[in-house]
Design a protein around this ligand. Structure first.
Ligand SMILES: *Cc1c(COP(=O)(O)O)cnc(C)c1O
Length: 407
């Protein structure tokens, strides 16, 4: 075996890990460096940070179910019946009755034939994409799709054509130019964009898919249990329940547990059970997580008024922010973002709010193209909670930082 012909010189490179501290320095310089922040106790509308109570506008627990005693009781029951681990792949020794109960409940919530649950939404997306398309196929994807959809598209080996965020004309151009060169085609999009809060034009995307013989995969991570009269997601809200598509999502946001799912026709799910590596070659979802998610769906079905409360709270926050005349990104969901000039300013705003006992996410590149304060509303927030958030933002301006924000 001959050595590759580049300037390889072991003596000049004594530390093959030396690039890591250098990369960390670069991250610090760009204000891109990130750290974990421990929260004591349960999540919820109010949390404990650094020993202080703090209003929580940074969680995906839209319905406040992650700390609900009914979910905890369901998880504890399942753990005492089935144990903490499911001990194997679902296809071998990992299947418990609670898995099927959960999958049937998801299918009912979404109005589909069947569903399958994964250990996370990320794994559901990676595995589903890699099972549906390969190097002979074309994926047409929104620029702002979640990391798991982007990585899954790469993993699949398909050709990936990306269109500008929600730009249907560009989506159509990709189809017109490329569709005929490929076997299958899959249009992939978030339904609610996780770092912006706006929705995809799903009916139009489904129409284009029909016209160009393409499948559609839609990620309802921030839609299910959030939007639609019964919590069926953006698909329900936008009147698309009857149309064929592949829906994916998570059990870890509004459903307050951990895990992911894919749902659709009986044939689709039957196929995926046989072909999805991130479901077959991994341990089944834990019984406790499965039971907690099952309990969340039961609560949602029995008391859908929590959805109305969530929508009212989201609308109220948007209205209050608009009175401040700040630059708010378009939103049709509980994810509401304030556009901020740069990473340093958004960090200052986040810190200012935290000093006032308010927790909201300062989101920066490379997670998003432009820095923003990302606030997420919960059904369990009160009007006073939202008023305090808005007052904290107003106060930041009054403190002389106003010109720092892009207006
Ligand atoms: C959170 C999220 C996921 C991943 O779900 P997990 O269950 O947390 O792995 C996938 N897609 C979108 C759009 C998300 O926001």
């Amino acid at each position: 075996m001959s050595h590759p012909d580049h300037n390889f010189s072991p003596s000049l490179s004594p530390n093959p890990y030396g690039w890591i501290p250098k990369s960390l320095q670069t991250l610090h310089r760009a204000h891109w460096y990130r750290q974990v922040q421990p929260i004591e106790g349960k999540g919820g509308a109010t949390i404990w940070l650094d020993g202080q109570p703090c209003l929580n506008f940074a969680s995906n627990d839209y319905l406040g179910l992650a700390g609900d005693p009914r979910l905890a009781a369901a998880a504890a029951d399942a753990i005492s019946s089935y144990g903490t681990g499911s001990t194997g792949s679902r296809l071998l020794s990992g299947q418990r009755p609670i898995h099927r109960e959960l999958e049937q409940a998801i299918a009912q919530l979404k109005g589909t034939d069947d569903a399958m649950v994964f250990s996370s939404g990320y794994l559901a997306n990676l595995g589903t994409l890699a099972a549906l398309v390969d190097h002979r196929d074309l994926i047409v994807a929104d620029q702002y799709n979640h990391s798991s959809l982007q990585m899954g598209a790469r993993l699949s080996g398909a050709t990936v054509a990306v269109y500008d965020h929600n730009n249907l004309a560009q989506l159509q151009r990709h189809l017109a130019e490329k569709r005929c060169q490929y076997r299958r085609c899959l249009l992939v999009t978030d339904s609610v964009f996780s770092m912006d809060g706006d929705l995809c034009p799903l009916p139009e995307i489904l129409d284009l898919a029909d016209q160009w013989d393409a499948m559609v995969m839609v990620d309802e991570a921030h839609g299910t249990g959030v939007l639609g009269a019964s919590g069926g997601g953006a698909v329900e809200l936008l009147g698309c329940r009857q149309r064929p598509m592949v829906q994916v999502g998570t059990l870890s946001k509004s459903l307050g547990s951990l895990g992911g799912y894919v749902t659709g026709s009986a044939d689709l799910i039957d196929f995926l059970r046989n072909r999805t590596a991130t479901w077959i070659y991994t341990t089944g979802l834990s019984p406790g997580d499965a039971a907690a998610a099952r309990a969340a769906i039961a609560i949602l079905t029995q008391s859908p008024q929590c959805l109305t409360q969530l929508t009212e709270n989201s609308t109220y926050l948007r209205q209050q922010l608009d009175q401040l005349k700040v630059k708010r990104l378009p939103s049709d969901s509980p994810i509401v973002c304030l556009q901020v000039k740069d990473a340093a300013t958004v960090l200052a705003l986040g810190q200012h709010l935290q000093q006032q006992g308010i927790f909201a996410a300062a989101v920066r590149p490379p997670t998003v193209p432009t820095s923003r304060l990302r606030m997420t509303v919960m059904a369990t927030h009160t009007r006073e909670d939202i008023d305090r958030l808005v007052a904290g933002i107003k106060d930041f301006w009054a403190g002389g930082v106003r010109e720092e924000l892009s207006l």
